[in-house]
Design a protein around this ligand. Structure first.
Ligand code: DC
Length: 218
């Protein structure tokens, strides 16, 4: 069974999807981590961000592997290094690059194989797994999402203001929704789930109920 969880940044997708996968005994794919890893690889090589084709070539040449808890870039665990503000602000170059997206879609399908998976991203229900048995679109208000992102960044030791986080989030939302390939969009057959005012546990409980009802129906 494939469960796709798409939605904007900060809706609580990562932690809830990871926890949901654990609860169901499914594998977990954090597909945003892959785009972040491409950006990190390019940043380390001093990539010229105007060179879209070179970025696409780079994405074909590096090895990105996802485990349930780590992302490996050419064998190195970069799970923490891909979450800095610098990498976050450069990741759109990877996410908006059609060649990079084609490669990531291929890797995501390979990674899922024939296992039961919970996969989280922007285009999982629309592009990568259009035949997924259960599709969820997770949302939250912009303020709530920025507040959560701020907490994450602070935990990572970064000092930023709420306003900065909100402004960058709005910019990312616009970019995510406007791109030609794999834009952030709710699949027609996805169930929308708003996480405002819910604890993480309540979100996971709600998601598990949706998956269980889909399982019962298939
Ligand atoms: O979910 P996240 O913040 O880790 O995602 C990082 C970036 O990658 C963000 O700009 C959206 C993009 N992304 C994407 O384009 N497609 C996905 N399937 C997952 C993430």
């Amino acid at each position: 069974m494939i469960v796709t969880i798409d939605g904007p940044a900060g809706a609580g997708k990562s932690s809830a999807s990871r926890e949901l996968a654990k609860r169901l005994g499914f594998r977990f794919l954090d597909t945003g981590a892959m785009y972040r890893a491409v950006a990190l690889a390019a940043m380390r090589r001093g990539h010229d961000w105007d060179q879209a084709e070179a970025l696409s070539d780079l994405a074909q040449s590096i090895r990105i592997e996802l485990t349930d808890s780590q992302v490996l870039l050419d064998g190195e665990d970069v799970s923490g290094k891909i979450r800095t503000m610098e990498v976050t602000s450069l990741t759109h170059f990877a996410a908006n690059n059609s060649g990079v997206r084609r490669r990531m879609v291929e890797l995501q399908r390979q990674a899922a194989g024939t296992d039961n998976v919970v996969t989280e991203g922007r285009d999982q229900g629309t592009v990568v797994f259009p035949h997924a048995e259960c599709k969820i679109f997770l949302t939250a208000s912009p303020q709530e999402r920025a507040r959560r992102r701020l907490l994450d960044l602070e935990r990572n030791g970064e000092h930023v203001t709420f306003e900065e986080v909100l402004a960058r989030q709005t910019e990312r939302d616009e970019r995510d929704s406007a791109r030609v390939d794999g834009p952030l969009r709710q699949a027609d057959d996805a169930i929308e789930f708003c996480t405002d005012n819910l604890s993480e546990e309540e979100v996971v409980d709600g998601l598990a109920r949706i998956v269980e009802s889909r399982m019962a129906a298939t």
